[in-house]
Design a protein around this ligand. Structure first.
Ligand SMILES: NC(=O)c1ccc[n+]([C@@H]2O[C@H](COP(=O)([O-])OP(=O)(O)OC[C@H]3O[C@@H](n4cnc5c(N)ncnc54)[C@H](O)[C@@H]3O)[C@@H](O)[C@H]2O)c1
Length: 429
């Protein structure tokens, strides 16, 4: 038995044992674990007719060491038909939506990358059991069924962007799967799109453009409103909201913000006053939405809250469609409480072709373009690729959204330890 440096295309054995001597097998493996530079390891375990390869991780390394050091089980379990290898297989990374080339290059340098776009939910569930990581944008629904179908193999879901409302976080956590996102790279792009919608809505740019292309010249119909001196309420003073606030100040707007969790000094530094939800609604000429979609914010803009707004208010939404009750918004537009709306996001995407909201003449729409600049796409691709590779390496992730209750490695570890010790293995976490 000896440490081995031989390699194959996908598996690089760093330790192999086929010893007939149980004591030497166990002690050599322990000395191997003690003396090699610590790095995540996988274990390929072959016994009788079964083969099993665990995912690479420090947990496995540490758990194996502890199991060997503390086991009081007969050493005979380590001999004869045991073929134990420490291996570093390349992880498989499934990319289910388009990702920038710079990000793909980072992923390819680390693992086997499969780009399969437009998978049906069934096809995703079928594929996922072969994947260590999955990278999505906002179009792939990563449901509980996906985590169930992964069978413990899936260790990381990377969301190329910010909103993680398309990932079932509860299920991910239960199944020991880490979820990471890319929160930084598209912030400026989303803020710029918010400002673009704000200005084009105020000056009827999209309506005027459509009318002139239809052969009309309607100068008096499309008289707009000015931004300077108007009050803008930024709802959600996080990364995007604060960048929108900064830019709106530059346009000469009076900016207030509502965010139950934002520190007042952060707002003060940008020259923005933090106000209550009702105060924001009652004061604002323009309202720009930048909060996450969650159970608290779902349909937070509804008949009741539209009624609290200043008549003739104009609303921009580049956050998530679900924060607005869309039928209530149509009613508010029809009654004139809301003069105009500019929407980049919808409850259902794409929205129905005959959606009253989308077709409303006072509504400007874009197809979820907030993060769609060349610079942001490349930046997000790099950010998420680095986060996923780091997570697969077992590093602490700065953009982790959850803390898995049971690491998937331990679930796997339990599987192969049980095959060694049919009497049963207790793992305490
Ligand atoms: N349209 C796009 O393509 C696009 C691009 C980027 C981000 N987004 C969306 O924009 C939103 C903001 O993104 P971000 O990166 O700024 O997130 P963020 O987490 O940095 O900021 C969100 C802020 O909302 C605040 N908040 C939470 N609950 C609130 C509530 N009930 N009322 C008011 N504020 C509340 C939080 O405290 C936080 O400061 C998210 O919904 C995100 O999904 C959309």
């Amino acid at each position: 038995m000896a440490a081995s440096s031989s390699s194959s295309s996908s598996i690089k054995p760093i330790f192999t044992t086929r010893s007939k001597s149980s004591n030497s097998s166990k002690s050599s493996l322990l000395s191997f674990l003690h003396n090699t530079n610590p790095k995540p390891i996988s274990l390929k375990f072959s016994s009788h007719n079964s083969n099993y390869t665990t995912p690479p991780s420090f947990t496995i390394r540490n758990s194996l060491q502890t199991a060997l050091e503390t086991s009081e089980l007969p050493v005979s379990k380590f001999q004869d038909d045991l073929n134990l290898q420490a291996v570093t297989p390349k992880p498989t990374i499934l990319v289910s939506e388009k990702l920038g080339e710079a990000g793909l290059a980072i992923l390819r340098s680390f693992g086997n990358v499969e780009c399969l776009y437009d998978l049906s939910p069934e096809a995703l569930c079928e594929k996922i059991s072969q994947c260590d990581a999955l990278i999505v944008r906002s179009g792939t629904k990563v449901t509980r069924s996906v985590f169930e179908a992964a069978n413990g193999k899936l260790k990381v879901v990377g969301r190329a962007g910010v909103g993680i409302d398309n990932v079932d976080l509860q299920a991910a956590t239960e199944f020991g799967c880490l979820v990471v996102n890319a929160p930084i790279a598209n912030t400026v792009a989303a803020a710029e799109h918010g400002i673009a919608l704000l200005a084009s809505m105020a000056r009827n740019v999209s309506q005027a453009d459509a009318s002139i292309k239809a052969g009309k010249w309607l100068r008096s119909k499309y008289v707009g409103v000015s931004l300077v001196g108007k009050t803008l309420a930024v709802m959600g003073f996080g990364k995007v909201g604060s960048e929108v606030a900064r830019r709106a100040k530059g346009l000469g707007m009076n900016v207030i913000a509502h965010d139950p969790y934002a520190p007042a000094d952060k707002a003060r530094a940008v020259g923005v006053e933090l106000v209550s939800f009702d105060q924001a609604l009652a004061t604002a000429d323009f309202i720009s939405l930048h909060m996450p979609l969650n159970p608290t914010t779902s349909k937070i803009f509804n008949d009741e809250t539209f009624a609290k707004m200043k008549k003739g208010v104009r609303i921009v939404n580049v956050a998530r469609g679900g924060v607005i009750d869309e039928e209530a918004l149509v009613r508010a537009l029809d009654s004139g409480v809301v003069a105009q709306a500019a929407l980049d996001v919808f409850t259902e995407e794409p929205p129905a072709k005959d959606s009253k909201l989308v077709q409303h003449e006072n509504v400007t729409v874009t197809p979820h373009l907030g993060a769609s600049t060349k610079e942001a796409q490349e930046g997000v691709a790099i950010e998420i690729a680095e986060a996923v590779v780091g997570a697969l390496r077992g590093e602490l992730s700065a953009t982790a959204i959850n803390a898995p209750m049971v690491p998937s490695e331990l679930r796997s570890l339990a599987g192969w330890l049980c095959s060694w010790y049919p009497e049963g293995v207790a793992l305490s976490l």
